[in-house]
Design a protein around this ligand. Structure first.
Ligand SMILES: [Zn+2]
Length: 440
């Protein structure tokens, strides 16, 4: 009996190998021969496992033997996934510019295994209504991305991908504004596939690239403005760090308060330094960055045409784009005095209201992690005319969630359309912890 099963499996794997091998030419263009063969075997095994998984899932409910069989298949599945991850991580190091990542591979597996479609279907039938708030930062042209000396982590997506994503939203989702969401909260009624589009910080490309696409698909969006940078030429601290490290010719350095670094993998070092600087008190950040620039012999440039102007803001404000307060200087509010936090909130709110002649009822927490928000600040927001506060905690929101702790789903540079659809469907929450673990 077992021998027969093994024979059948081996037979199917062999039968699937050739189409699987051909598929690798379509999906993964830059693989080496051995990687291609391994991946094709992996894909074939995966198909068999999944077919069997669905079949045994049926017998699981009717026989005890089903439980054992399912256990065997589950372990096989795990082995296959690990197998594919090893191949891809190997592939990643041999082709650093190849956009194929472990994350994308997860996307391919979830999409083509039918999990995504099954999940969407179940959600349509029994899912709870929820709103997914998408978080973007910068939108870049593909060729600008390569020569970008600023922080590439705030480039959420290329213009080409952004257009595809907006097309998907306009066809499949109900894109709403925060005013409409407030209405939904009051009436306790929300449609299942509600989406809100947000952009953080106020970069110029929101106006140059995102805004025309939003208009094309008649979609509304909210841009969070760090008002001290609007119309200004001051770089954000994270962009300064990226610029200094990209530009320096020094290969190794030690800086008090930061540590010793060898600059052989600049993107990684930028991330490490940013994480360290993030934890430094707000008033010491700029001083430390100035010391870093001096040490690495780099002159920090002025930001030319990097941020929105108030003219851009007013133009968009008249055309379906709303604005949220995101402080004046972007400090983490739980790391400054309560008085300063309140000033940062109110000054940015009033400035936007003066410029747009419209009420600002949404606040976006800088950095927006759990520890960056507080109940005291939320109460202050509620008392001062705000209806919502946005965090950067990953997830979608139902109507029972605290409106001053709204979760968001961040859209990242390596999200292709498949991953984007997975994220919007809500399925991303199961995989996000895995992605962030892999990133570390
Ligand atoms: Zn921000």
């Amino acid at each position: 009996m077992i021998l027969n099963i093994i024979r059948i499996i081996v037979g199917i794997v062999f039968a699937l190998f050739l189409p699987g091998y051909l598929l690798t030419f379509i999906l993964f263009k830059k693989l080496k021969l051995l990687e291609r063969i391994c991946l094709a075997i992996g894909l074939s095994i995966f198909v068999v496992v999944f077919l069997s998984f669905y079949l045994t899932a049926i017998s699981f409910f009717s026989s005890e033997a089903g439980i054992t069989t399912m256990g065997v298949w589950l372990s096989l599945l795990i082995v296959c996934v690990l197998f594919v991850i090893i191949i891809i991580s190997k592939n990643k190091t041999s082709h650093p510019k190849d956009p194929l990542t472990i994350k994308k591979l997860f996307g391919i597996i979830i999409f083509f295994s039918g999990i995504y479609h099954l999940y969407s279907l179940i959600n349509k039938i029994i899912g709870k209504p929820k709103v997914t708030i998408l978080m973007y930062h910068r939108i870049a042209l593909a060729h600008d991305k390569q020569k970008n000396l600023l922080d590439s982590n705030v480039v959420s997506v290329s213009l080409e991908d952004f257009e595809k994503q907006m097309k998907h939203l306009s066809k499949n989702c109900n894109v709403i504004t925060f005013d409409e969401l407030l209405d939904c909260y009051k009436k306790k009624r929300l449609t299942k596939d509600s989406v809100i589009i947000t952009f953080d910080d106020g970069y110029k490309d929101n106006f140059l690239y995102a805004y025309p696409v939003l208009r094309k698909y008649k979609l509304s969006a909210t841009i969070s403005l760090t008002t001290g940078h609007i119309n200004s030429n001051k770089l954000f601290w994270w962009d300064k760090i990226a610029y200094i490290i990209h530009k320096t010719k020094i290969k190794r350095f030690t800086l008090d308060g930061l540590g010793t670094f060898s600059l052989n993998n600049k993107p990684k070092i930028i991330q490490i330094i940013q994480e360290k600087v993030k934890k430094i008190p707000e008033n010491k950040k700029n001083y430390l960055i100035a010391r870093l620039a001096k040490k690495l012999n780099v002159k920090i440039p002025l930001a030319r045409n990097l941020f929105l102007s108030w003219n851009d803001v007013r133009k968009m404000s008249n055309n379906n784009i709303s604005f949220s307060a995101h402080t004046v200087t972007h400090p983490i509010l739980t790391r400054v005095s309560l008085k300063q936090a309140k000033d940062e909130i109110m000054l940015s709110k009033k400035k936007i209201e003066r410029e747009t002649k419209k009420q600002v009822s949404v606040f976006t927490y800088p950095n927006g992690d759990r520890k960056d928000m507080s109940i005291t600040i939320n109460q202050f927001l509620e008392k001062n005319g705000f209806s919502f506060a946005l965090s950067t905690i990953y997830g979608a929101n139902d109507l029972n969630i605290d409106p001053f702790r709204l979760k968001r789903v961040s859209v990242e540079d390596d999200d292709d359309l498949r991953l984007f659809q997975i994220k919007v469907s809500g399925l991303g929450k199961f995989f996000e912890p895995v992605y962030s673990l892999l990133k570390k």
